[in-house]
Write a protein that binds this ligand. Structure first.
Ligand SMILES: [Zn+2]
Length: 421
C-alpha cells in the first residue's frame, strides 16, 4: 500500500473535471484503491506529500512514428506525397541501421517520459530489428507501449518500401514474440491502404484474428489518399471498408490515425467495430493539404477518441501542446461546420488521458482499479509575479497552455516512480 497527498485532478467522463484538493490517494499493487478528501482511517504512513503541486493522470500518445524523431519540423509545405518521398522514407530507411535505431529508440523513450506520455502507440519503420529493439528497451522502461514494425509493400506513392513475403514472415515472428500480456506489446501496423498489397492486408488480418493483437494504422488523412483508395477498391469505397474486408478492423482492438475526410459509411464502420480514432491536431495544422478533423462528430457518435502527436507529421511530442491544438483546431472546424461545437480544455484533457488510455485498459484516471500512472506538476514558475489567486482547475488550464516538460517534476507508472533514463 502507498499513500499520497496532493491536489488530484482527473476527468472521469468527457467534459467532466474532478478536483480533490489536498486529497488522499491510496494505491495497492500499483492500482488506485481510493481517492478521498478526508484521510481514510485505514491509511498507513504517508508515502509522499506533493504539497500544493497538481497531480494529473499520465498522458497517452495514441499515434506516433519512432523513426521520424529526427524529422520533426521538416518539410511541412510539401504535402503528404512529397513529404513522404523526400523526408520521411529516406530517414526511415536509416532506421534499419541497428546502432542508429538503438540510439534513436532510447532518445524517443526518454523524450516521451519527459513529456509525461507514459502510454504510447508507436509505428516503426519496415525494419523488424529496429521494432524489436524498441520493444526490448520499452520493457526495461517501466512504461506502457504498443509497438509495431510498419508493413508497406505497395508503391501507392511511387516507392515500394519492402517485399511482401518477408514483411509477413517478420511480422508473424514479432507478433508471437511480443504478443503476450504485459505493459509492452506488439501492434500490427500496416502503414495504410495505399501502401499495402491485398496479399499483405489479408495475412495481417488473419494474424489479428489469430492473436487478438491490436491493429494500428492510418485512415482518410486527406482527399488525395482517399481517392487512391477509391480507385483501387471501388467496391469498398473507403479505408474502413477495405480494412474490414481484410479483417484489420473488427478482429480485435484497432486504432486509426486522423480520419480527417472519412465519408459517412466509414464513420458507421468505425462505430460498428469500436475502432479508436487517434486525433492528431498538430499534424493537421503542420502538414500542407491536411483536412480539418470533425472530432465532435465522432464523439457524438460514441466513437472512442484519443490524441496523438504523430511525430513527425506533427512537430512536437509535448502532449500539452497537442491538447491545446485540439482545442484550437476545433474552433476552426466550427467555422466550416457550425453544428459541431468546439472542444473545451477539459474535454481535450480527457482525450489525452482516459479517452486514449482506454486503448490500454484501465489507465488515464484516478478512479479505483486504474493503474496509478501520474504526473506531478510543479507550476510555481508559471505563477511567479501573478497577483491572481487561481483555483487548481485554473492552474491546470494555465499549465496546458504555458507549461512544458520542465514543470513535470515527478512521474509514476503502475505505482512506481520513474527515474531518469
Ligand atoms: Zn502517422
Amino acid at each position: 500500500m502507498a499513500v499520497y497527498r496532493g491536489n488530484f485532478l482527473y476527468t472521469p467522463a468527457l467534459g467532466q473535471l474532478k478536483v480533490v484538493e489536498r486529497g488522499w490517494l491510496i494505491t495497492e499493487n500499483g492500482l488506485v484503491h481510493s481517492l478521498t478528501q478526508r484521510q481514510p482511517a485505514s491509511a498507513g504512513p504517508l508515502t509522499a506529500d506533493f504539497g500544493d503541486a497538481l497531480i494529473l493522470p499520465a498522458f497517452t500518445d495514441l499515434h506516433l512514428h519512432a523513426p521520424q524523431l529526427p524529422n520533426m519540423g521538416l518539410g511541412y509545405s510539401e504535402g503528404l506525397g512529397g513529404w513522404l518521398e523526400r523526408y520521411t522514407y529516406p530517414i526511415e530507411h536509416q532506421y534499419a541501421d541497428p546502432s542508429y535505431a538503438h540510439q534513436l529508440n532510447a532518445a524517443l523513450i526518454s523524450q516521451l517520459r519527459r513529456y509525461g506520455s507514459l502510454h504510447a502507440v508507436i509505428m516503426g519503420s519496415t525494419s523488424a530489428a529496429a521494432a524489436a529493439d524498441l520493444l526490448e528497451q520499452y520493457r526495461r522502461s517501466g512504461m506502457w507501449a504498443y509497438v509495431g514494425k510498419m508493413n508497406s509493400d505497395y508503391p501507392g506513392y511511387g516507392v515500394q518500401n519492402e517485399q511482401t513475403a518477408p514483411s509477413i514472415a517478420e511480422t508473424v515472428q514479432l507478433a508471437h514474440r511480443y504478443g503476450g500480456p504485459g505493459r509492452v506489446r506488439y501492434a500490427i501496423s500496416p502503414e495504410f491502404v495505399p501502401c499495402c498489397s491485398d496479399e499483405l492486408m489479408a495475412a495481417l488480418g488473419q494474424l489479428a484474428r489469430e492473436t487478438g493483437l491490436p491493429v494500428h494504422s492510418h485512415m482518410s488523412e486527406g482527399e488525395s489518399d482517399l481517392q487512391l483508395v477509391r480507385r483501387r477498391f471501388p467496391r469498398e469505397g473507403c479505408y474502413a471498408g477495405v480494412y474490414a474486408r481484410f479483417g484489420l478492423m473488427g478482429s480485435g482492438p484497432s486504432v486509426m490515425a486522423h480520419c480527417l475526410t472519412s465519408p459517412e459509411e466509414e464513420i458507421a464502420l468505425l462505430k460498428q467495430h469500436g475502432s479508436f480514432v487517434a486525433h492528431c491536431p498538430v499534424c493537421s495544422l503542420d502538414l500542407a493539404g491536411s483536412g480539418l478533423p470533425p472530432i465532435r462528430r465522432y464523439l457524438n457518435e460514441g466513437i472512442p477518441v484519443g490524441l496523438g502527436s504523430d511525430i513527425a507529421g506533427g512537430h512536437t511530442l509535448n502532449m500539452m501542446q497537442v491538447i491545446v491544438a485540439a482545442v484550437q483546431i476545433s474552433k476552426l472546424v466550427v467555422q466550416q461546420k457550425p453544428q459541431l461545437s468546439p472542444l473545451s480544455e477539459v474535454e481535450a484533457l480527457y482525450l489525452a488521458t482516459k479517452g486514449g488510455g482506454a486503448f490500454f485498459g484501465r489507465v488515464g484516471s484516478f478512479e479505483p482499479g486504474y493503474s496509478f500512472d501520474a504526473l506531478v506538476i510543479d507550476d510555481r514558475h508559471l505563477g511567479q509575479l501573478s497577483p491572481l489567486h487561481l483555483s487548481p482547475a485554473q492552474r491546470l488550464e494555465r499549465f496546458l497552455y504555458c507549461g512544458d516538460d520542465r514543470h513535470i517534476s515527478r512521474r509514476y507508472c503502475a505505482g512506481r516512480e520513474l527515474t531518469a533514463l
